[in-house]
Ligand binder design. Structure first.
Ligand SMILES: [Zn+2]
Length: 418
């Protein structure tokens, strides 16, 4: 399909320009004010919207969507103990519908790419495939039926068959034993794959690691050889200068998940120090059982404000930096070089954010509006890979939204009974 977005205010490199955007198949083929001759299948008047790149949710456990609200206001250990039995009660079909619910929330809030960290990848990939949604899929969740190397081989083959990007995922230094870290690291090296893990999320994790290994979690990963590969670390709430120097020296990236860190009382990630260390930072929502929404506007607001309050300085993190983290930085971290910016040749992940609303007026500064005023419900249209998957309340994600709700209510009823 060919689309011509005209009369647009376009977010490009931290500024707003006026002009047109042309899309052909899955690529942006033109951005500017004097479009060439073009015969689109559809012309879209952008008028009251900002046209920008779709968000990259760089860390999530999407099927957690159906466990939203099931384990709230508890410390991390008790929270985890409460959700595990519910997660175990979910069938493959449950996971499919739960992923679909997550995708519906993604597209209606302008998210077009996700880092998926969940165990049962087949129903998840079926949902993403059906919805034409982009995801980097984790492999490495141990399977009780076979050893980890064979699990990894099988999972890698499946991810490649489905056409998604893989990442070798170790849950955490407390949830993955040394042997499995070694297996994952070796497998990643042999197959030239990136790696990722939750790290330094809570003070307890750091304390336990210091007692057991006489090292910080970052130093332990360095010892494991886990940082030798392209590595993504989720959270990094509790880390010092030396840890960040190691992360920076290895060119590893960090995904910050502020809502989850606040709700589980984990703390506030030192984003200013991370930036000063030259580390690339992306943003993730984490799961719906610790957030409880997949809303990148909410995350951007927190990213741009928490460190200010933490360091008593309102100038240390600007709105455009939060926007970069939520789009192009996340895309780069997930290994997409041609994603995350409205630019000729990039993949056509485009969203329209409606600014014809009271909380956006009188449009003094549209960049700051996007971070400090906008809500995910302002998203009017979402295009991923050149396909419109959401427009003005209507979904085109391969399943009917009412059917998704119906199935998710069924799951709720059943897992509560079990
Ligand atoms: Zn997580």
């Amino acid at each position: 399909m060919k689309y011509h977005f005209f009369n647009a205010q376009i977010l490009v490199k931290g500024s707003i320009i006026k002009g047109d955007v042309l899309v052909e198949n899955n690529k942006i083929i033109y951005v500017g004010s004097k479009p060439p001759k073009f015969s689109p299948d559809r012309k879209i008047d952008v008028k009251n919207n900002i046209l920008m790149s779709g968000f990259v949710n760089a860390h999530c456990h999407t099927p957690s969507s159906v466990l939203r609200g099931i384990s709230d206001d508890l410390p991390l250990n008790e929270w985890l103990a409460k959700i595990i039995p519910f997660e175990r009660a979910m069938t493959e079909e449950d996971i499919y519908w739960a992923t679909m619910l997550g995708i519906a929330e993604y597209v209606s809030g302008g998210i077009t790419t996700v880092e998926e960290n969940y165990g049962n990848i087949i129903p998840i990939m079926k949902a993403y495939k059906k919805a034409s949604f982009r995801a980097r899929i984790s492999i490495g969740f141990p399977n009780v039926k076979q050893d980890l190397t064979n699990t990894l081989k099988w999972q890698l083959e499946q991810v490649q068959n489905f056409g998604f990007k893989p990442v070798c995922f170790a849950h955490s230094i407390y949830g993955t034993n040394e042997k499995n870290f070694e297996t994952l690291t070796t497998f990643a090296k042999q197959n030239n794959l990136p790696v990722s893990t939750h790290l330094s999320e809570t003070l307890k994790e750091v304390g336990d690691c210091s007692v057991k290994y006489k090292k910080t979690p970052v130093e332990l990963l360095e010892d494991y050889g886990f940082l030798d590969r392209q590595c993504t670390l989720y959270h990094m709430v509790h880390c010092d200068k030396d840890d960040l120097k190691i992360v920076s020296d290895y060119n590893a990236s960090i995904i910050t998940c502020p809502s989850s860190n606040l709700k589980l009382a984990s703390g506030i990630a030192p984003l200013f120090a991370m930036q000063n260390a030259g580390i690339n930072i992306g943003i993730g929502t984490d799961g719906a059982y610790s957030n409880n929404s997949f809303d990148m506007f909410k995350e951007m607001f927190l990213v741009a404000t928490l460190e200010k309050a933490n360091l008593y300085n309102a100038s240390i993190l600007r709105a455009e930096q939060a926007l970069d983290m939520a789009t192009k930085n996340g895309a780069k971290i997930l290994g997409y070089e041609n994603l995350g910016e409205i630019k000729k040749g990039n993949l056509a992940d485009i969203i329209l954010v409606d600014i014809q609303k009271p909380h956006h007026y009188p449009h003094h500064n549209l960049i700051s509006n996007l971070v400090y005023s906008a809500k995910s419900s302002d998203v009017y249209l979402t295009m991923t890979n050149g396909k419109i998957v959401y427009e003005n309340g209507q979904f085109d994600i391969g399943e009917n939204i009412e059917e998704i709700y119906k199935n998710c209510l069924k799951i709720k009823k059943r897992i509560l009974e079990e």
